[in-house]
Ligand binder design. Structure first.
Ligand code: DAT
Ligand code: MG
Length: 142
């Protein structure tokens, strides 16, 4: 299995619940390394760019409103099979359907405020990392 990088967000709801560290612990305990991280407050333009694939969905405006409602943590996670491993740690998009012990099951209640984002493929990861980080802000440890 190859070492990969994936892009992750701790969303405004989870920052507001003061569980950044608990979520980072899940990553680290699963063997993922945080190789870049920062706190940002998204503009509507940047949130819209990030979620461009969902622009035509009925929930798009609410999604942008939520993602701009407070600061977020953005990070690059590195490790074996990082993209799929992070999706497993996150759980299903809807916290009500997320498996017990996943981040979304433990820290979120609603699909519209579901604690974390994680890239869905290595291609998405490259695109999403590029929106938030320059190469000199990423400290690969593989
Ligand atoms: P994921 O974040 O699991 O990759 P996605 O890419 O399908 O899920 O959707 C992006 C985000 O949009 C998701 O984290 C929360 C929001 N969202 C998705 N489906 C929704 C719905 N039916 N109602 C409200 N928000 C939704
Ligand atoms: Mg997605």
């Amino acid at each position: 299995m190859a070492i990969e990088q994936t892009f992750s967000i701790v969303k405004p709801d989870a920052v507001g619940k003061n569980v950044i560290g608990e979520i980072y612990s899940r990553f680290e305990k699963a063997g993922l390394k945080i190789v870049a991280a920062k706190m940002v407050h998204l503009s509507a333009d940047k949130a819209g760019e990030f979620y461009a694939e969902h622009r035509e969905r009925p929930f798009f405006n609410d999604l942008v409103g939520f993602m701009t409602s407070g600061p977020i943590m953005v990070q690059v996670l590195e490790g074996e099979n990082a993209v799929a491993l992070n999706r497993d740690l996150m759980g299903a998009t809807n916290p009500k359907e997320a498996a017990a012990g996943t981040i979304r099951a433990d820290f979120a209640e609603e699909v519209s405020a579901n604690a974390v984002h994680g890239s869905d493929s290595p291609e998405s990861a490259r695109r999403e990392i590029g929106i938030f980080f320059s190469a000199d802000e990423i400290f690969s440890r593989s």
